[in-house]
Write a protein that binds this ligand. Structure first.
Ligand SMILES: Nc1ncnc2c1ncn2[C@@H]1O[C@H](COP(=O)(O)OP(=O)(O)OP(=O)(O)O)[C@@H](O)[C@H]1O
Ligand SMILES: [Mg+2]
Length: 247
């Protein structure tokens, strides 16, 4: 099983949209997919129409006898399985702090299910915390949506600087998110990002109403708008991400 996380220090950049749509595209191609919603807001859980509840909350889940298996739910939309969010995830740092090796805890929890899935996608809240370090300890790749705005790349630099000090750090794969090709600024920022970040994935996610509407449809765009440019973008993105993961 490969483990990737949609992650950014910044909020509202497209992490959850990316996780949900990539999960759907991966499953559509026949991969066995687990989405682990680590954000107490539970947006990915909501989009997959799963109840936002884990047994005993996040304390039990990451505690000494915690496990994932009993918290895995089927989603009625697709073959994707989901470990739902729980509002108690807002205290995840506190519970991880009690473990001997907090930065390994999420990896340890994923280990027993690794033969059941081809890919686990961890949808993270916007922060850099002990929980993030545990994500970095579990993931091989961080999928980092970057919106085309000046200064947006500063958060990428901060992240890479932070990971420089970590052993076994995941690779950072920036993804252009919410791009409007008609805007000259977007085009210019996309070009400069590509020049500065050779790891930038070539697929950009367009700014699209069908992605914005996901909260109403409660479905990946592959279901609500199967032939839209947004669905094509996520399909191409999954091809790129999977090529990197299984390179
Ligand atoms: N490509 C896009 N085009 C248009 N709207 C988008 C796009 N991607 C995301 N959005 C919208 O922007 C908002 C934030 O997206 P999303 O929830 O995916 O970001 P996030 O990084 O997970 O946010 P948070 O940090 O709160 O978890 C949502 O309302 C979503 O519908
Ligand atoms: Mg989110």
């Amino acid at each position: 099983m490969k483990v990737a996380a949609t992650y950014s220090i910044k909020g509202g950049v497209g992490k959850t949209s990316t996780a949900v749509n990539l999960a759907f595209e991966a499953a559509r191609e026949g991969a066995r997919v687990l989405v682990w919603d680590l954000d107490p807001q539970g947006a990915a859980t909501f989009l997959f129409r799963v109840r936002p509840k884990v047994r005993g909350g996040s304390r039990r889940m990451v505690g000494a006898r915690g496990e994932l298996a009993s918290n895995i739910r089927g989603s009625n939309l697709s073959p994707v399985h989901v470990v739902p969010a729980d509002f108690s995830l807002r205290h995840l740092d506190l519970h991880l702090k009690k473990r001997a090796r907090p930065s390994r805890r999420l990896a340890d929890l994923l280990a027993p299910v690794q033969d059941l899935y081809d890919i686990a996608l961890l949808d993270c809240p916007p922060s850099i915390s002990l929980a993030s370090e545990s994500v970095f300890g579990a993931a091989e790749a961080l999928l980092v949506p970057v919106v085309p705005a000046t200064l947006a790349t500063r958060t990428l630099t901060q992240l890479v600087d932070f990971l420089d000090d970590q052993e076994d750090a995941p690779s950072v794969l920036p993804i252009l998110s919410m791009v409007d090709r008609r805007r000259r600024l977007h085009k210019e920022l996309a070009e400069s990002l590509a020049a500065d970040w050779p790891e930038l994935l070539t697929t950009a996610i367009p700014a699209a109403a069908v992605i914005e509407r996901m909260g109403l449809e409660r479905a990946p765009v592959g279901i609500s708008a199967p032939s839209s440019p947004a669905t094509r973008a996520y399909r191409a993105l999954w091809a790129e991400v999977s090529a990197r993961l299984w390179a």
